[in-house]
Design a protein around this ligand. Structure first.
Ligand code: HXC
Length: 528
């Protein structure tokens, strides 16, 4: 071909190519904008970020790679055939947090209320499969009215596929759910199957049936916030693990959480530089001499962890137990501690659930469990018995017994009855148990015990009150100390409070390569 012919062809080709590129840019720009101008404005007016902004703020800068932007919705009834639903209402892809890979999806409320149709669900399940196969955490940002009504059983099928995968991923990779809008039906059941749920004040709503259905079925009016707002789920229901004032704070906290945990169950959490605790926590003076006086057990935790601090989980729910992560010599540990500030640190239905689930997370993801004990026992009363204290309380026994990660327990003060056994005792296979000199390890507290075993002496005495006081003193001297348990070998050492970090460092180093096997079985039956 003559040179002029080649040049003409090349120009035509360049123009065609240029047109295609332009066309591609136009199509992509349109899809990247998400919903209509009005729906985006409505989203903003509610103080919410858009789905794309959320992903960009959560992940490392420029690390997000999106998949399936051009996926089209699958519904053709209800005049929706020609409707454009950009990305079918969800953005999916992978990116990094602090350089580590994560799979992420964000539902786009500006597109059909983020409702979940078949293709929307396929986009999510594709990245769930990636997360499982590539062993990276999954983060789901939920802002959705649930199953897309127009798609009927296909949207239910979509949720079923998600729930199945949530279950398959459970214990293999960490799963994090963020609730950033009114989430109904399937949009809350999937989060309920994941490890950590984040909510934001005034933005997050979670419910199975919304106010309109409640009004229709029960004839009752209830505001969405009161039914399932962020405070409800972080303080009352226990469905949420983290509460934040705004979305930025929430994303910062997710990043912080990810720094404490490994990316999958075959790894250990990243080891940071070892640091000493912040100096201003005088551990010797935290626990009052009088065993009836409260103190904040978080001060004890802060006094032993590295200066990177204590990262508390579920801090507004079931306050009689404290759970969270801290580092010792740069390595992550999970802390479970009775909280004497709240109901004297008693175990009840909710605190049992809270602790048991956390222990199982730590066990699944190779995180040692450190337990601080100051527990008067399980909470007595008909309310708790009727709420299933036996079943819920048994979860702690099960979780500690089943956990094969290093388990280190420090008895700070009271360790009475079932509480003593449940809180990571030697009998549930703690690797190390230490006790402070003020520890009281007994079947029950001196007051209750003296009333029962010395009843006859007290009743027949000329001065029953004086006799009662004397018997309480006697009982306290004989049993309410750590030395009976130490003489049986149930605790390894009685230590001074100021020696606690040193002993924990030792125990963590010794147990670093711990390996034990549970009896072979398909699975056990924890008291769900
Ligand atoms: C289709 C939906 C939708 C849904 C919302 N939209 N939910 N479209 N299917 N499930 C659409 C609306 O029609 C509207 O479209 C847009 O999203 C925004 O919704 P609004 O109602 O205008 O917003 P708002 O007032 O903020 O109320 C949000 C809401 C409410 C509380 C989520 O929309 C609602 O109650 N939706 C239904 C919730 C529900 O019952 N879902 C089904 C759950 S059953 P336009 O075009 O007007 O902008 C389920 C089964 C799964 O999920 C299995 C569970 C085990």
């Amino acid at each position: 071909m003559p040179v002029a012919g080649i040049a003409a062809l090349s120009t035509r080709f360049t123009m065609a190519f240029g047109n295609k590129i332009r066309d591609f840019h136009e199509k992509r720009e349109k899809l990247l904008r998400g919903g209509s101008k009005q729906t985006v404005e409505k989203q903003k007016a509610m103080g919410k970020l858009t789905a794309r902004e959320r992903i960009n703020r959560l992940l490392d800068k420029d690390s997000f790679t999106e998949y399936d932007l051009f996926v089209k919705h699958a519904v053709h009834d209800f005049d929706m055939g020609d409707t454009s639903l950009p990305g079918d209402g969800v953005i999916t892809g992978t990116g990094t947090v602090d350089g580590s890979p994560v799979a992420v999806y964000a539902q786009d409320f500006t597109v059909a209320g983020g409702s979940l149709g078949l293709m929307h669900s396929r986009k999510i399940t594709k990245i769930m499969d990636y997360a499982l196969q590539m062993r990276m955490p999954l983060i789901g940002i939920n802002d959705s009215g649930g199953a897309r009504i127009q798609e009927g059983v296909n949207s239910l099928a979509g949720y079923g596929e998600i729930f199945f995968r949530n279950t398959m991923l459970s214990g293999v990779v960490p799963q994090i759910s963020v609730i950033l809008g009114p989430c109904a039906g399937g949009a809350v059941y999937s989060p309920a199957l994941t490890d950590f749920v984040f909510v934001v004040d005034n933005v997050s709503k979670m419910f199975i049936t919304g106010p309109e259905v409640i009004k229709a079925v029960l004839g009752e009016e209830i505001a969405m916030e009161d039914l399932g707002g962020a405070r409800v789920h972080s303080e009352i229901s226990g469905n949420a693990h983290f509460f934040d004032e705004d979305e930025e704070e929430c994303f910062a906290r997710i990043r912080k959480l990810l720094a404490f945990i490994p990316g999958n169950n075959s790894e250990k959490a990243r080891v940071l530089k070892a640091e000493e605790p912040l100096a201003d926590h005088g551990i010797d003076s935290i626990v009052p001499d009088d065993p009836t006086l409260p103190y904040d057990v978080r001060d004890v935790i802060k006094a032993v962890v590295d200066s990177s601090g204590f990262f508390e989980i579920m801090e507004n729910f079931a306050g009689s137990i404290v759970i969270g992560f801290g580092r010792i010599e740069g390595r992550t540990a999970g802390f479970v501690a009775n909280q004497p500030l709240e109901m004297a640190g008693v175990l009840d239905v909710d605190s049992s659930d809270k602790a048991a689930r956390f222990i199982r997370f730590c066990d699944a993801f190779n995180i040692p469990v450190i337990t601080f004990v100051d527990v008067p026992g399980y909470l007595p009363g008909a309310d708790q018995e009727h709420a299933g204290l036996i079943r819920h309380g048994a979860k702690i026994l099960y979780s500690y017994s089943e956990a094969t990660v290093p388990k280190i327990t420090v008895i700070l003060r009271k360790a009475y009855g079932g509480g003593y056994i449940a809180m990571g005792s030697r009998h549930l296979r703690a690797d190390f148990v230490f006790a402070w000199p003020a520890a009281e390890i007994a079947v029950m507290g001196p007051e209750g015990a003296a009333n029962i075993i010395f009843r006859k002496e007290i009743m027949s005495s000329g001065d029953p009150e004086e006799m009662r006081r004397q018997k309480i003193r006697e009982y306290r001297k004989k049993f309410a100390n750590p030395y009976v348990a130490a003489s049986e070998g149930y605790i390894d050492a009685v230590i001074e409070p100021s020696e606690t970090r040193k002993y924990l460092v030792h125990a963590l180093r010794v147990t670093e390569n711990k390996e034990i096997q549970l009896p072979p079985k398909k699975h056990g039956l924890p008291p769900f």
